[in-house]
Design a protein around this ligand. Structure first.
Ligand SMILES: [Zn+2]
Length: 144
């Protein structure tokens, strides 16, 4: 007999998740349409590459390695840069991202790991990370 309790759905978090996925998607489509009708300039491409690198650094080094795992120490300005750069990826507030990521590690390879569940459905890249209310896990629960 399993003692696991089904996670509670959080309607507001779910709507926010769809908003954080939907707005950048609409912006991307609008940018492509704009480029088709107005042309593409070198400055557009350089801006795209620069912003992509900044947000990727913000998510990987900031949200993941620094805020979720505390893998390294950072000074105040570096912390601020990583937080802003990670937030530019529109993946939700930092605390929310960290809680979901820690859940992912705490429940890896179980039905409660929503990343695994989304992967099984084949929609990992499209599925919002915040369908379920996060459950607090202690820092000692996550080691990688
Ligand atoms: Zn991790």
């Amino acid at each position: 007999m399993s003692t696991e309790v089904a996670p509670e759905r959080d309607v507001l978090a779910s709507r926010l998740a769809y908003l954080t996925v939907g707005v950048p998607t609409v912006g991307t489509v609008a940018a492509v349409v704009y480029a088709v009708f107005d042309g593409l300039w070198l400055s557009d491409v350089l801006l795209f590459v620069g912003m992509y690198l900044i947000t990727a650094l913000g998510v990987e080094a900031g949200l993941h390695r620094y805020f979720s795992h505390r893998s390294f120490d950072a000074s105040g300005p570096v912390k601020m840069f990583l937080g802003v750069a990670g937030s530019m990826a529109a993946q939700g507030p930092i605390v929310f991202w960290v809680a979901n990521h820690r859940l992912h590690h705490a429940f890896a390879d179980t039905d409660r790991d929503r990343a695994e569940g989304n992967r099984r459905c084949g929609i990992t890249a499209l599925a919002p990370k915040s369908i379920r209310r996060p459950v607090m896990v202690s820092r000692t629960d996550v080691s990688h």
